[in-house]
Design a protein around this ligand. Structure first.
Ligand code: PLP
Length: 389
């Protein structure tokens, strides 16, 4: 979707949806306004009649979209990063003694940094398994397993390569071996069909502000077994207030303090939008955009593509003879196209694909148009032709 900018300039083309989606469907903005215009209400925390209980409605909506059995096992947090920290630290707290953990080269720093920090403090030892052609296999995970392996944390979809991971066999293996599997679904929730009842992961993390079309500041996770981790935060829940200890019921066990009601309302409206459009349709449309863009930029051999056949609407590339930040600068300044440049918070991926220098990333959403894709691909080709001269 194009936005208007200064008079005379080209219309804005926003292709940074893997960072945060823009624009939001209009009903998301309207729901946030509605939420702020009415008193906040949540069963157990306040009394009211006829006002939407956004947290409960949104847990139900998440359970419907992601096919999860227990709406009350969805925990709201501030972001995917916040969720990953709560889960990883919560697992360490519950385990009490040091253990071995496995992660992958595909991960975002929101996985790598908490794990490295805890490894540095002696709580865990860490193995990082490699990817081949964008994918981490159960075979690679198994090679890293040790008798003391208790935790695997891995992404469902790479934010640089756009590759979707086949999580189900890994989840089944982890469950059979009493290993807690945390899946980072920041790039996949809302983007592709997901059936959590068929993927026995310990926890599935989502963020609200990307493909779920919510606003920044809302995320969460689905926790299969509430006993799998210990709460690392304590405080008010509006329930069991006579207790000086954290309530043990879900979701209060892990949700504390006043929730982000407008963020939760935005998530509800985002999910309703996705359900109305159909997540299959969204996935298919985004793939069409992706292949259109890739086909167009492939016409110039000086555009080095790192994601020849991604599953998610993410294209990472560099232009020969140009730094990624120069390419991004020209696309922004001369064409009014928003991309993202650099390391995309996933440094180990870049060590493999571009010698750690970083690349340009273009990412689409359901609201990107084919025309925008063609204009952007044409712009990238022009920049590449200019760099060649
Ligand atoms: C794969 C992946 N994990 C985690 C995150 C962090 O998401 P959030 O912004 O919700 O903390 C991102 C976002 O960039 C991501 O792409």
């Amino acid at each position: 979707m194009a936005g208007n900018t200064e008079a005379g300039g080209p219309p804005l083309i926003y292709l940074n949806n893997a960072a945060t989606s823009w624009p939001k469907p209009h009903e998301v903005l309207e729901e946030v306004a509605r939420c702020l215009q009415t008193p906040f209400f949540e069963l157990g925390r306040s009394t009211a009649g006829g006002i939407t209980d956004y947290p409960s409605a949104t847990r139900d909506a998440l359970a419907g979209l992601l096919h999860a059995g227990e709406p009350g096992h969805f925990i709201f947090t501030g972001s995917a990063t916040d969720s990953l920290n709560l889960l990883i630290h919560g697992f360490v707290k519950k385990e009490k003694k040091p253990f071995h953990a496995i992660t992958t080269e595909l991960e975002h720093n929101s996985v790598l940094r908490p794990l490295h920090s805890l490894a540095g403090e002696g709580h865990l030892s860490l193995s990082v398994v490699p990817f081949q052609e964008g994918h981490v296999t159960l075979h690679e995970i198994k090679k890293a397993i040790r008798p003391e392996t208790r935790l695997v944390v891995m992404t469902h979809g790479s934010n640089v390569l756009g590759s979707l991971q086949d999580i189900r066999p890994i989840a089944e293996y982890c469950r059979a071996n009493d290993i807690f599997l945390v899946v980072d679904g920041a790039q996949t929730a809302g983007q592709v069909p997901i059936n959590l009842s068929a993927i026995p992961a310990g926890a599935f993390v989502f963020t609200g502000h990307k493909a779920l079309f919510g606003i920044p500041g809302i995320g969460g996770f689905y926790l299969n077994d509430p006993e799998a981790i210990a709460p690392v935060r304590q405080g008010g829940t509006g329930t069991d207030s006579h207790l000086l200890s954290q309530p043990v019921d879900m979701p209060q066990k892990f949700e504390t303090g006043t929730p982000n009601y407008p963020g939760i309302a935005s998530l509800l409206a985002g999910i309703r939008y996705i359900e109305r459009e159909g997540v299959d349709t969204i996935a298919r449309k985004c793939k069409d955009l992706l292949f259109l863009f890739i086909k167009e930029i492939k016409r110039n051999p000086d555009i080095l593509l790192y994601t020849p056949a991604p599953d998610l609407p993410v294209v990472s590339f560099n232009i020969r003879n140009l730094n990624n930040d120069e390419t991004g600068y020209i696309l922004g300044k001369a064409y009014n196209i928003v991309t993202r440049t650099g390391l995309h918070c996933a440094p180990l991926v870049h060590d493999r694909i571009d010698s750690g220098k970083g690349c340009v990333r273009v990412s689409f959403s359901h609201l990107t148009t084919p025309e925008e894709c063609l204009v952007a691909a044409g712009a990238v080709r022009e920049v590449a032709e200019g760099a060649d001269r």
